[in-house]
Ligand binder design. Structure first.
Ligand code: MCA
Ligand code: AMP
Length: 507
């Protein structure tokens, strides 16, 4: 029986008493304990009626148990569907419904609030807490720690990851065994990961970065992870001397640099610092090198494609670029209108093709056809330029997207929400520079004629229904939005008008 992802990432560690996870406070999880727990969970999933190809929607805290559930899903042939822990009930209802999940697993504390969503979708609700308790854990504890791995093909789905869309409706990116495995293999090789590595893991595990880039790579390499519940500066600083590698979003690195304790001595054992999910400023690069002697390795990817390009491990890591296409991945810069490949040096939309590129959007054939060409190239929506030496530079985005602290926020989703509120005639949501998050969300509202906007009620509605990272940090009220002759809102003008507001607030 073969199951590409399980056979490569998990099965080789069976029975090994080597350390997989180191927890803050001194506890450890060995590879064999982890795999036994995964097998118990796989048995529990099967006993709950989860069949190969079924989606398991998961809204739980980062923990060893959460990772074991990922492994258990892969072993049982199910499709793992992790959801941002910040999502509100209103947001979760969409994902559970759209995915047609066969099981919804949540934190015990939120079970009461989420029962209605599970009921409405006819799927059972189980709970799993960070400390390994909960109804699913209880059920797993009764199961055998051995599970007959379900056979899967390379094109079968291993995960469904939702990414917000420019139309406001989130799309489920279908990721296959081949997608995830090929990417993990390229990264282990390209970044020289081995069983001797200890990765400092402070990322969330509901996104591609923390789950696939970080965790899959460490599973394939056979190394260990210092597994932190979140990015907490003190805990990260305490963990660094024990680590050999770290992966993070740019905010991790600017926060470290803002702390005088972060210095050369603390990073002496480190082999590599890797950055992605959002642009790393050249200034951060230079400050980091001056402080630690390390040159951050920046790479570029997307939920739909996992990683596409990377700066070299050996060779020049060039600030302001995301390096070269990974082995097996093809990249080209195209004319946004015609799709024709542009000459080297020109700016256009980046397209990528390779075994890493996803299978399409879940139950959205039209969206898939719009973004995934028949010849296999995926239109990323990122504007790029390839320099004379072949380094890819991401210079902007053709998609209307805000990236705040590494989280993607699609303005359209927030605008649709705001437009539906009492007294709001229309809205424009923009991203402006933020010293900590890189970009932050500003909402510009136009009241209906004669209406006085009740900002307290607006805030209450936003707080109830939108995940925190999506909430506008500033709300500006204007009489009208700037428009061009075609009637299109001129967001550039708004961005120029408000570009200083967070900078001014900080100084
Ligand atoms: C937290 N808040 C945020 C964010 N995170 N607001 C905007 N943007 C954010 N990213 C809210 C909190 O809820 C809180 O709200 C307030 O901001 C201050 O929180 P703080 O304590 O500063 O935040 P934190 O808990 O320290 O989190 C910041 C963080 C975190 C460490 C940067 O956001 C993070 O771990 N980001 C990583 C995201 C990531 O993994 N992206 C990968 C996507 P309030 O004030 O209301 O209480 S995958 C991807 O992009 C592709 C594949 C790729 O290339 O990797
Ligand atoms: P997501 O949809 O969360 O997977 O985010 C993917 C997007 O993050 C990409 O399309 C880029 O816009 C952005 N991104 C990821 N890595 C980088 C990087 N190193 N530099 C600039 N943008 C990046």
């Amino acid at each position: 029986m073969t199951n590409p992802l399980f056979d490569a990432l998990f099965a080789p560690h069976s029975g090994r008493d080597t350390v997989f996870l180191r927890h803050p406070g001194g506890g450890i999880t060995t590879h064999s304990d982890f795999l036994n727990q995964a097998a118990r969970l796989a048995n529990a999933l099967t006993s709950l009626g989860v069949r190969p190809g079924d989606r398991v929607a998961v809204h739980i805290q980062k923990s060893a148990a959460a990772l074991a559930l990922y492994a258990g899903c892969v072993q049982a042939g199910a499709v793992f569907l992790p959801l941002n822990t910040a999502y509100t009930a209103a947001e979760l209802a969409y994902f559970v419904g759209d995915s047609g999940a066969a099981l919804f697993v949540c934190d015990p504390e939120e079970a009461q609030d989420l029962t209605a969503i599970a009921d409405a979708n006819g799927c059972p609700l189980q709970t799993l807490a960070g400390d390994g308790s909960g109804t699913l854990a209880d059920l797993a504890a009764l199961q055998d720690p051995v599970f007959d791995t379900v056979a899967r093909g390379e094109d079968d789905l291993a995960a469904l990851l939702y990414t917000s869309g420019t139309t406001g409706r989130s799309k489920g990116a279908m990721l296959t065994h081949r997608n995830l495995l090929s990417n993990a293999q390229s990264l282990v090789e390209g970044w020289h990961f081995t069983a001797d590595d200890v990765l400092l893991h402070a990322l969330p595990i509901f996104h591609s970065h923390g789950l696939f880039v970080a965790t899959n790579v460490m599973l394939l390499a056979g190394g260990a992870m210092i597994f932190l519940p979140r990015f907490d500066l003190d805990t990260v600083l305490a963990g660094l001397p024990e680590a050999t590698a770290m992966m993070g979003v740019p905010t991790f690195y600017t926060r470290l640099l803002d702390d005088p304790r972060f210095d050369r001595a603390l990073t002496r054992h480190m082999r590599v610092f890797i950055s992605g999910s959002a642009p790393l400023l050249a200034e951060t690069h230079e400050r980091f090198q001056a402080r630690t002697g390390h040159r951050i390795l920046e790479r570029y990817g997307m939920t739909e494609t996992s990683m596409n390009t990377s700066n070299p491990y050996e060779g020049e890591r060039r600030a302001g670029t995301v390096g070269f296409a990974l082995p097996g991945v093809e990249v080209k810069v195209c004319d946004p209108e015609t799709g024709a490949t542009l000459p080297r040096g020109e700016i256009g939309v980046l397209e990528v093709r390779g075994p890493n590129v996803f299978k399409g959007y879940w139950r959205m054939p039209e969206k898939t056809a719009e973004e995934l060409r028949a010849d296999g190239y995926f239109i990323t929506g990122d504007l790029a330029q390839i320099d004379a030496d072949g380094y890819v530079c991401i210079v902007g985005r053709s998609k209307d997207l805000i990236i705040s602290g590494g989280y993607n926020i699609y303005p359209k989703e927030i605008e649709l929400f705001l437009d539906a509120l009492d007294g709001v005639q229309e809205s424009a949501v923009i991203g402006v520079p933020h010293p900590d998050f890189g970009e932050s969300v500003v909402a510009v509202l136009v009241p209906q004629p004669g209406a006085a906007l009740d900002l307290v009620r607006i805030k209450a509605a936003v707080d109830r229904d939108l995940a925190r990272f999506k909430r506008p940090q500033r709300v500006e009220i204007v009489e009208s939005l700037p428009r061009n002759a075609m009637g299109k809102v001129q967001k550039n003008q708004l961005r120029d008008r408000y570009r200083q507001i967070f900078q001014l607030a900080e100084s």
